[in-house]
Design a protein around this ligand. Sequence first.
Ligand code: FE
Ligand code: FE
Ligand code: ZN
Length: 289
Amino acid sequence: MILGCHVQMKAPDYVLGSVQEALLYGANALMLYTGAPQNTRRNPIEKMKVKEAQQLMEKSGIPMQHMIIHAPYIINPANSVKPEVAELAKEFLESELKRTHEIGAKYLVLHPGSYTTTDLETGIRTIVERLNSIEDYPENVIICLETMAGKGSEVGFRFEHLAEIIQKTEHPERFGVCLDTCHISDAGYDVNDFDGVLDEFDRIIGLDRLHVIHLNDSKNERGARKDRHANLGMGTIGFETLHRIAENERTAHIPKILETPYINKKPPYSYEIEMLKSGVYDPEVLNSL
Ligand code: FE
Ligand code: FE
Ligand code: ZN
């Protein structure tokens, strides 16, 4: 199983610290933001201990494709209402793509964004324009559009939205998808029938475009369009289903990344990863954190 989680990226060890944190949890994949997800302040790449991080990845036998970068959610590529937001989205996306390339990662996860006061169609058109406007696109980096819960005016809560965006870009080969189990359940998909979900994904987007899975339980009922992650087994999806997803052979080659909440300010990831590996769910361990 390729299992990882969201890890921190902070001074003094930056990306090296991210890899060390992932190893501490027994993970063989990881996901990081290149800075605070809610702002665009970033450290120069020279400071981020990239070489040391790459060496530790290699020494630990973890391929660089298992290091996923997540773009900050302040980027809203669907916003056509405020030109300054649109300009920020373009510029920041370009610098984030450059950073992803310099770190040596392959997949950059991006939220398609929210259309705010316009409509879905305008939102989709705006995203396509934004993606087409990217200059100096680095080779070997794939932007993975994330499936969304459909909260507010979010775009991307149906596979059809993501398929349309990708098909309409000038360079569809640059784009893939990150599937978030909490989000798609909130969007109304029945993740209990994960093979059915994969069939639908394959028909509409193509399974070859699926590169990252976010493995999260959900605090809300299927179709609630809320987006609140729960720890494995503590939400409406349940451990059994999430474990079956982690074991699914059709997606065995795809990193599964936990974005579950901390419990009592402590990361639950060692325990959640261990439970997925063993298939044994022990809520006591999580509750006693
Ligand atoms: Fe995300
Ligand atoms: Fe996610
Ligand atoms: Zn989420």
